[in-house]
Write a protein that binds this ligand. Structure first.
Ligand SMILES: [Zn+2]
Length: 143
């Protein structure tokens, strides 16, 4: 059997889906292949670190426009289809998988932040600058 694809190793590390026959076959390969075993072990550690990441782990809170852009990028399809990328060299498989996991972790943290922020806005704790300016403009126009 060929080495397990990086995407499949990421799925195995995430353990989100019900195991399939393909997963069992991949795990049998991983047991006998040092390269795939090392990659899965490393990805499992990255997943564990990503799952315990908190917003406070970020050096500074990103500005609102960053969160808005993340929301827009996550919810919509890309504007233009990208040409197919050349197959990555084997040494880059781990890096690409790490980048994908880092992006997933960042989206999870951003989602959690947006969800908590939405709750605070609902409670009236946070007043967004844009809404405040909108109200100021309307108040000024009513005079
Ligand atoms: Zn292998």
């Amino acid at each position: 059997m060929a080495h397990v694809e990086s995407a499949h190793l990421v799925e195995l590390a995430l353990r989100n889906a019900t195991p399939t026959d393909a997963d069992a076959e991949a795990l049998r390969h991983v047991e006998q292949c040092d390269r795939c075993r090392d990659e899965l072990r490393m990805l499992t550690r990255v997943v564990a670190a990503a799952r315990t990441a908190q917003l406070v782990d970020l050096p500074t809170a990103p500005p609102d426009r960053v969160w808005q852009r993340i929301s827009r990028d996550v919810s919509g399809p890309p504007a233009t289809p990208r040409p197919p990328a050349p197959a990555p060299a084997p040494g880059r498989r781990v890096l690409l998988a790490l980048l994908a996991l880092a992006a997933a972790a960042g989206i999870a943290v951003a989602h959690r932040h947006l969800h908590e922020r939405a709750k605070r806005v609902q409670r009236g704790v946070v007043r967004q600058g844009r809404i405040a300016r909108f109200e100021v403009l309307h108040t000024a126009g009513d005079e």
